[in-house]
Design a protein around this ligand. Structure first.
Ligand code: SER
Length: 316
């Protein structure tokens, strides 16, 4: 029998695509998508849910007899810096509500994302190992680092099967990101395809870890489907895709659009990016559940341009 899955933040960048993948895998009727707003169009079961509301969360878990939760709702790094205390409050409250409601109602598995934002000054910037010191320098990073440890705590203290991935910047054509430091790597493709110049909020040499959406969704499903005993890391797994700078992605896009204009106007997000790893090591994920990324930069560029051209043509 298929499990019943609740996904929070289902209208977000990753949530939109992960919801469809889960519907495909488990059946539309077995996936309960939720967010604070109704999406413009949605085919399936949807509930309005602010995860900081513990009572409403529990009502939904009981109503549908939820077996698994994919808790994606969070305020991201750049938006988070506008009001750091609010970011901490919301991200932590939402996660603790999910963990506590899962424990009380015997939810079998919980997934919650962490991020490269957990790393800061004291971690090696290149090939950052999974068990590096975590000294995050954003409120978002602080909430993710604390959240990883809370997940591990619920696993050890209550046996709750909590799993997590440290996502790099995610690049997809299906949805737009909101409020992250890696968002430029999606926006740049939209500008290239619509023939507009692009002003990049990071400096041209700022290398960051990134991943194609399909790899990120596949990693999430593979982690959650692995046998419980294989999951040795109960804080969060590093997962690497590729690393590139704005200058390198621009060069890749110019192979298709030679006249594409990119200018640089670094803003406050530069300081956030400067403290994050340039690349991360993911040997624990490969060892425990055979993680392997499939998309390199040229393949990502091709997929993004082809699909966005199709999307924009469809909208006209
Ligand atoms: N893409 C995320 C952000 O920029 C990283 O976790 O906030």
């Amino acid at each position: 029998m298929s499990p019943t899955i609740l996904i929070t933040g289902a209208s977000g960048q990753l949530g939109t695509v992960l919801t469809e993948a889960l519907q495909h895998k488990y059946g539309r009727e077995n996936v309960i998508a939720s967010d604070i707003r109704l999406p413009e169009s949605f085919d399936g079961v949807f509930e309005i849910l602010d995860v900081t509301d513990a009572i409403r969360l529990e009502e939904i878990i009981l109503k549908y007899k939820v077996d698994q939760i994919f808790h994606l709702a969070a305020i991201l790094s750049a938006n988070g810096e506008q009001n750091p205390l609010n970011t901490w409050e919301i991200n932590m409250k939402a996660l603790l509500n999910v963990l506590e409601a899962s424990r009380k109602n015997k939810v079998a598995k919980v997934f919650h994302p962490s991020s490269i934002a957990v790393f800061g000054e004291n971690a090696p910037a290149v090939d950052t190992p999974n068990d590096s010191l975590l000294n995050p320098l954003t409120s978002y990073g602080l909430s993710k680092a604390a959240g990883e440890n809370w997940g591990k705590y619920y696993f050890h203290k209550y046996g709750l099967d909590v799993r997590s991935l440290r996502y790099p910047g995610i690049i997809g054509y299906q949805s737009k990101p909101g409020g992250g430091t890696t968002d430029y790597a999606v926006e740049i493709f939209h500008k290239a395809v619509t023939g507009e110049p692009f002003t990049c909020f990071l400096d041209k040499e700022t290398t960051l870890p990134m991943m194609f959406m399909d790899d990120a969704v596949r990693a999430t499903l593979e982690l959650m489907e692995s046998p419980r005993e294989n999951i040795k890391v109960r804080t969060s797994y590093n997962i690497a895709g590729i690393s590139f700078s704005p200058e390198e992605i621009t060069a890749s896009i110019r192979e298709r659009f030679p006249n594409f204009i990119v200018e640089y106007a670094p803003d406050f997000r530069q300081e956030i990016a400067d403290k994050w790893p340039k690349s991360i090591q993911d040997c624990e994920a490969s060892r425990d559940w055979n993680w392997k990324p499939e998309y390199d930069l040229s393949r990502i560029t091709m997929e993004m341009i082809d699909n966005l051209q199709g999307n924009y043509a469809g909208f006209v």
